[in-house]
Design a binder for this molecule. Structure first.
Ligand code: 4AD
Length: 463
């Protein structure tokens, strides 16, 4: 008989005898010697397969399949006598007529998908009940990432993350932005500072770009009024934290301005409200799967994003008894605390903090015309942690060179960039988003490694 290729997720409950299908998936578990059952997984969908007609040889073969082996099953879709517990396709069963093992997994896997999929709550509950449940720590899961990625939560995390990128592009394209790609091999640091991966570029000193900052601004000088970029970013971060990677995906925007950097904030507002709306509605199933392993509360955000002045943030922190320097930078704890104060006062966990002191911003940031001690800049926070920084840029080459020098940057290393502003350059601004951070914080995942397919942190270069 002809068997039609089918996806596990789209198998429909059938009457007495349904269509003949062929399905390829991973063997999750096989049970029984006489009546063998095999649960097959494809992505995050699972279905039970039963040996048709009681073939003993096939039952024995099925029972002997090692977990995670890839198998082809051909058979007829049928209705189980009662809903199958423990599968996603509970109202469907496949009566197996043919079975082939395509790729045999080793019998003793270094970690099991079930163990990797366990939530910390499950482990704690089991412990309280005196049961022993294996809990695989994050490091070990990352060592065997190809197995770890098979959990339902991980399948969902990367599907949702793909939508973050997708909505970013869709909204910006609909607003007339053009997608660009700036070089990742550059002559010097793009953000100032030492956190760069250095390399030899045919005899010239070079480094991997920490951001597209300089070239996206040069693209504005090149006549592109509004642009965006999705790219890989490299930062030689020294310290191991829950939110820093050495390679991450950046989403950047740069645009010519009419009057004021608030035009950039307007784009952030429209973009992220649209993104959060879309994720909440269109990714509901994926978010549920993530929540089963990593419980989190839905993000609170407003229809129009709150913009708070830095001075006001400082005042709120001081009133709450937190010691902060009015013209200094906020440390991670202060940012977190301010996030809580803002949530309690304004009922939102997503907001922008505007008008930072100039001294704590990069050299290319435009000082405020009314008071140059402050800058036309902003950061954006989700659950008290930064996901975006943005600003209007200096487009006067003399001021730009002076600000770079004042921060100890050798202007010769960025001469081509500074010179770009000598040939006519419009006022402009933009922002940079850390994609993995958006995903981590939208789902309250607590560690950025969970949102990077094969994370590169200060210690990890493999797998
Ligand atoms: O704050 P950053 O360094 O700003 C820039 O790169 C500017 N050029 C942006 C601009 O257009 N003005 O980085 C932007 C964002 C941060 O808000 C954070 O979300 C993310 O990139 N980020 C990191 N994500 C993961 N690991 C790291 N080591 C990160 N460093 C920054």
């Amino acid at each position: 008989a002809g068997y039609a290729w089918a996806d596990v997720a789209s198998l429909e409950p059938a009457a007495a005898a349904g269509p003949a299908v062929r399905v390829r998936g991973a063997a999750v578990r096989a049970v029984g010697r006489r009546v063998a059952f095999l649960v097959l997984r494809q992505g995050s969908a699972t279905v039970q397969c039963v040996v048709a007609g009681g073939s003993r040889g096939m039952a024995r073969f099925m029972a002997g399949l090692s977990r995670e082996s890839v198998v082809d099953v051909a058979g007829v879709v049928s209705l189980p006598r009662e809903p199958v517990r423990g599968t996603t396709q509970q109202l469907v069963e496949i009566q197996v007529e043919k079975l082939h093992c395509i790729s045999r997994a080793v019998p003793n896997l270094p970690i099991s998908v079930d163990d990797a999929a366990r939530s910390e709550d499950d482990v704690a509950r089991a412990k309280a009940a005196g049961e022993q449940l294996v809990h695989v720590g994050q490091d070990k899961r990352l060592d065997y990432r190809v197995i770890d990625l098979r959990t339902a939560a991980n399948q969902a995390i990367f599907r949702v993350q793909c939508q973050v990128e997708n909505i970013f592009r869709q909204v910006l394209l609909s607003e007339g932005f053009v997608g660009i790609h700036t070089p990742k091999l550059i002559g010097g640091s793009s953000e100032g500072g030492a956190a760069v991966f250095k390399l030899d570029y045919n005899g010239q000193p070079a480094c991997l770009a920490q951001s597209p900052q300089l070239h996206k601004q040069m693209a504005v000088c090149g006549g592109f009024k509004r642009m965006f970029e999705n790219y890989s970013t490299f930062r030689a971060e020294g310290s191991d934290t829950h939110r820093h990677l050495c390679e991450f995906v950046g989403l950047d925007v740069e645009m010519a301005l009419r009057d004021h950097y608030s035009e950039v904030c307007d784009v952030v507002d429209r973009l992220f409200v649209a993104m959060f709306d879309h994720l909440s509605k269109s990714c509901a199933r994926e978010l549920e799967a993530i929540q089963r392993q990593y419980p989190f509360k839905p993000l609170k955000y407003l229809e129009t994003t709150l913009r708070l002045d830095y001075d006001e943030g400082i005042r709120m922190l001081q009133e709450a008894g937190v010691h902060v320097e009015p013209m200094g930078d906020l440390n991670t704890e202060a940012e977190k605390k301010l996030g809580e104060l803002v949530r309690d006062k304004y009922d939102t966990e997503f907001y922008m903090l505007c008008r930072y002191p100039s001294a704590v911003r990069p050299f290319y940031t435009m000082p405020c015309p009314d008071d140059p001690r402050y800058s036309c800049s902003f950061d954006v926070f989700v659950r008290g942690e930064e996901i975006i920084s943005g600003a209007q840029r200096v487009h006067d080459p003399e001021l730009l060179a002076a600000q770079a020098e004042a921060r100890g940057i050798d202007v010769r290393t960025i001469a081509a960039y500074v010179d770009s502003f000598r040939y006519g350059a419009p006022p402009h601004g933009g922002f940079g988003v850390g994609q993995e951070r958006v995903m981590m914080l939208f789902c309250g995942l607590g560690n950025i490694r969970k949102t990077s397919l094969f994370p590169r942190d200060p210690r990890r270069l493999a797998p």
